[in-house]
Design a protein. Structure first.
Length: 160
């Protein structure tokens, strides 16, 4: 199995495991803990890209090839993350998005927002509070992080 495939599978599977851990523990719906998800997911992405690019450097890839490899790692992971997110929000935790909206409503109220301000914010976010959009945001986050980490890592880890 290629370095790209190994790193992509590692990234996709570990992010899916992490989202389910966050879901089963209730941390995704805890205002104090829900930011753990993107922090850990970003860390996993960094680890996967560095590990994968070390492998592709040994295969002879130079700077541009390393960036492409990093994007391919992100792409492999994104397929899994998209599917895992859809399963999370439609099968395992079908009420998650409704609960997330309620958490947001409570957070706005705690900040002293008026009911009209809260409703305006909720209405603005409602269009993207669907399983598809949430899964797509996971893909976008994975790909952007993969690109940025690849640009940096490829400067240091490439074929000589």
């Amino acid at each position: 199995m290629s370095s790209i495939m190994k790193a992509g599978l590692f990234l996709g599977i570990t992010v899916i495991i992490w989202v389910f851990i966050m879901g089963f523990t209730g941390w995704l719906l805890d205002p104090a803990l829900n930011m753990l998800f993107p922090v850990v997911a970003t860390g996993l992405n960094i680890i996967a890209i560095i590990w994968g690019l070390r492998g592709t450097a040994a295969e002879g890839r130079r700077y541009g090839g390393q960036i492409v490899a990093g994007l391919l790692i992100g792409l492999v992971a994104s397929v899994l993350i998209f599917a895992g997110s859809l399963i999370f929000t439609t099968v395992v935790f079908p009420d998650y998005l409704t609960q997330l909206q309620e958490m947001s409503r409570q957070a706005y109220a705690a900040k002293g927002w008026t009911e009209a301000e809260i409703q305006a914010a909720m209405d603005m976010g409602a269009a993207v509070q669907t399983p598809f959009w949430q899964a797509l945001f996971g893909v976008i986050g994975t790909m952007v992080t993969s690109l940025v980490v690849s640009l940096i890592t490829a400067a240091f880890v490439r074929a000589k």
